[in-house]
Design a protein around this ligand. Structure first.
Ligand code: ATP
Ligand code: MG
Length: 790
């Protein structure tokens, strides 16, 4: 079973036409194209400096640059911004290309290096000197810095500022020729030492560095600085829109000045956007280099690193990263993004693409006393749950001696523990009901080392013919058949949300999470995974998403990385180390220890999920007057968190029945996975979402998408709707193309419909809804389909 990343796969859904809800960059580009600026062309670039590996922040920039180009039928270059000979390295050049390609982007033959422009850049510097716009300064760099002034005080002119053009040309040529030592002279722009923008106070354009460059070798001993190089490289390549992060806002004036004063033909437009900051990690190359150098991690591709290489090794797909970039969008103000947003995208992507298999992380031996020794049987187990409409199954061997998860057995089960315990019956997934009849303990420690059970042969497949129910379903493996493996559990790299924000005198590395990696050596996985190539991804049932390690996994020594848990388990770890649980408290009365119930189950339909009963609440309102059914009221009162959200939602939406419908279905479903009080979704959010549905602004399927995001990251539904362009489309003309596309792709179904299988109407409606990302008005779609099919 092989499910791997598909680089370069179609991104039609992601790079959707953003006819509604354009971000500010796309709005600018749209205007420029409409006005014929740059001849209506769009050419962007991604300009990494090859001094480290790419991280998820760069991925945002890559998705933006390539995304904008693709959406406007333009192109995007990759250019190495490699003018600093001291930090750059060919191995980074190669790693960066691999990462961009893996993300699914292609630059064809448009791979450039700023270092290839050294000769042209030198000529432009000469133009500035000849025009009296640049001079050679012979002050030390320290003096230059000191004479630059402050925000409130003007700078002082250099004593060398008025050198003649001839002298400047001579000195600059001799700088290039290698006559002077490092630091003896610099070339400065001649702008204005009293300029309000400090960067305009005669910035340095070139400095002397007798250092070998990783590409140009010793050909040069003067190197141009960023502000001189970047704008001219953009111009040389004919870039139209030069997108960069906000810290370059003040540099824009200099960018324009250099291009104006060198009198180039092509003058690209610099536009700044907010850089990505992600909670619980660092995205500064300097800090990432330090983590690697100080051996806090194994290397750049350590699965805990926020680098593309680390995420890839961890099992994250390029699609999930692109979806994340899409979800966070681009803004003009810096902010931090909750890492759960990324995890949500990872789960959402893996959910529908990877097979389920069983792996017991911390094994406990189970002997089925009434199952014959030396007997075994193969049980058929589907790879995918029903809601992931994908086919495929494998055989799992069952025999007398099995392993289950140590946490799934309790000798003294606390209230709310529905897994195995003495005298209890549970279901073994895809197999039988088993009942615990005895335990064997270690005589010294008293620890249970073996559990004895009996099985009921009549329950094969997981159901009892007599209709009796069990509350727990456990994953398991057959001891004789399972493969031994190492499992690496990763968690946030930093305990604090913002490791960049540390008090003076403390180091960001002090806040590393000591449990960011837990290695389990004796885990057991079902034999169906044997032979899968390294990098294969799975969901280990009830445990999370995993992939075999591309570097360390071998057929005789399987190693699996946990990509992401099924649910958030972060609060607990954080509480242990910082003494407080930020935002996420474990559910009251939940079993202590690593409680798989809180993590189990994905996207609906999983049996055997259960947890401790929360206390009940009383709704403070006349429920009868609201027209709610007794059953709804009972559900609403079953959990104080649910009751609170329902009541708060009524303040923004007066349609109590509609609100109750959403809360008792969607929210209650979510509450089975995580305590409601720990979710970022608010009552006001639910209320305004329901209003949007009731007013017809969005369709139900679209509202479900929004709801899923509210549960993970909170927020304002209307903003999400606008950002993602989810407004319901009821205009028949606008929907017609999608309807036609669906009919064209399913000619056989159309024929069947026309020959009388009118029940297929729902099939077509579903596909149109998918095509339109849930934004189509289903009633209008139904009408259109009826017309088209008649
Ligand atoms: P650092 O400052 O940590 O060394 P950098 O931003 O200088 O990193 P570059 O290689 O110069 O790294 O970045 C290449 C491109 O990626 C630039 O256009 C930069 O603005 C963009 N970029 C870098 N970090 C982020 C981020 N966190 N979010 C969005 N874009 C980013
Ligand atoms: Mg940079």
């Amino acid at each position: 079973m092989v499910v791997r990343g598909t680089p370069g796969a179609s991104r039609s859904n992601e790079s959707r036409s953003r006819s509604q809800g354009l971000d500010f960059i796309r709005a600018i580009v749209t205007e420029d194209v409409r006005n014929g600026k740059h001849g209506g062309k769009v050419l962007t670039r991604f300009p990494p400096e090859p001094n480290g590996y790419l991280h998820i922040g760069h991925a945002k920039s890559i998705c933006l640059n390539f995304g904008v180009a693709e959406e406007f039928r333009g192109l995007c270059n990759v250019r190495f911004d490699d003018t600093n000979p001291l930090t750059e390295d060919m191995r980074y050049v190669e790693a960066i290309q691999e990462d961009v390609r893996w993300l699914g982007f292609d630059w064809d033959d448009r791979l450039f290096f700023a270092s290839d422009y050294f000769e042209q850049l030198y000529d432009y510097a000469v133009v500035l000197i000849e025009r009296g716009k640049a001079y050679v300064d012979s002050q030390a760099e320290d003096e230059i810095r000191q004479s630059r002034g402050t925000i409130t005080e003007p700078g002082r002119n250099s004593p060398y500022r008025d050198r003649s053009i001839a002298e400047n040309l001579d000195l600059f040529a001799r700088m290039r020729a290698g006559e002077f030592a490092d630091g003896a002279h610099v070339l400065r722009a001649k702008i204005d030492m009293t300029h309000a923008n400090m960067l305009m106070r005669d910035p340095i354009l070139y400095r002397i560095r007798h250092a070998s460059h990783y590409r140009s070798g010793d050909a040069w001993c003067i190197y141009p600085l960023y502000d001189f190089t970047h704008c001219l490289s953009d111009s040389l390549e004919g870039i139209t829109h030069s997108l960069c992060t906000l810290e370059f806002k003040d540099n824009r004036e200099l960018y324009d000045w250099v291009l104006d004063e060198t009198r180039v033909d092509c003058h690209p437009q610099q536009i700044e956007f907010a850089r990505l900051n992600l909670d619980h990690t660092v995205l500064s190359k300097r800090k990432l280099v330090e983590l690697v150098r100080e051996r806090h991690v194994w290397g750049w591709d350590d699965p805990r690193m926020p680098t593309i290489a680390g995420l890839r090794r961890r099992g994250v797909t390029p699609e999930a990263i692109r979806r994340f970039a899409d979800l966070i969008g681009v803004a003009k103000v810096d902010s931090r993004v909750d890492i759960e947003k990324l995890e949500y995208c990872i789960r959402d992507d893996l959910n529908t693409r990877v097979p389920r298999v069983m792996c017991v992380l911390r094994p406990l031996k189970v002997v089925i006393d009434n199952y014959p020794e030396d007997q075994s049987e193969q049980l058929d187990a589907p790879y995918y749950p029903r809601d992931v409409r994908k086919e495929g199954s494998r055989q799992v061997p069952f025999s007398r001696v099995l392993y289950i998860e140590r946490d799934d057995f309790r000798e003294d089960p606390p209230e709310g523990f529905f897994r195995l315990a003495p005298g209890r019956e549970v279901r073994l997934r895809y197999a039988y009901f088993v009942k615990c009849v005895d335990v064997v303990k270690d005589p010294d420690t008293g620890e249970v080392v073996e559990v004895h059970c009996t099985y009921d042969p009549a329950t094969k497949g997981g159901d009892a013919p007599d209709g009796r129910k069990v509350k727990g379903t456990l994953h398991w493996v057959s001891a004789a058949h399972a493969l031994s493996c190492e499992v690496r559990l990763y968690d946030r790299l930093f305990l604090t949300a913002d490791p960049d924000d540390v008090e003076e005198g403390r180091e960001f590395s002090e806040f590393l999470n000591p449990e960011s990696l837990i290695r389990l050596s004796g885990s057991r996985v079902e034999p169906s995974v044997a032979g899968d190539p390294p990098g294969t991804r799975y969901q280990f049932e009830r445990q999370g998403y995993f992939c075999s390690d591309i570097a360390d996994s071998a057929p005789d020594g399987l190693v699996f990385n946990r990509t992401v848990t099924l649910r958030d388990t972060w609060a607990k770890v954080q509480a242990k180390h910082t003494g407080e649980a930020k935002g996420r408290a474990p559910r009251k009365g939940a079993p202590s220890g690593d409680a798989p119930e809180r993590r189990s189950g994905v996207a609906g339909g999983r049996k055997g999920r259960s947890s401790a009963k929360p206390s009940r609440a009383k709704l403070a309102m006349d429920v009868e007057a609201l027209g709610l059914s007794a059953e709804q009221v009972s559900v609403l009162e079953s959990d104080p968190g649910i009751a609170r959200i329902f009541q708060e939602a009524l303040r923004t939406c007066s349609d109590a029945k509609a609100v109750a419908g959403w809360v008792t279905n969607e929210l209650v479903r979510e509450s089975k996975r995580q305590p409601v009080e720990s979710l970022p979704i608010s009552g006001a959010g639910v209320g305004s979402l329901v209003s949007l549905v009731e007013r017809g602004t969005i369709s139900r399927p679209a509202a479900k998408r929004v709801f899923a995001e509210l549960v993970v990251s909170g927020g304002d539904p209307l903003e999400i709707v606008r950002r993602d362009g989810l407004e319901q489309v009821s205009d028949a003309e606008a929907l017609d193309p999608a309807v036609r596309r669906v009919l064209e792709t399913h000619p056989d179904k159309v024929a069947e419909y026309r020959s009388g299988r009118t029940g297929l109407l729902g099939f077509f409606v579903g596909h149109v809804m998918q095509e339109t990302r849930g934004t189509a008005n289903p009633e209008v779609v139904t009408e259109l389909l009826r017309d088209a099919l008649s």
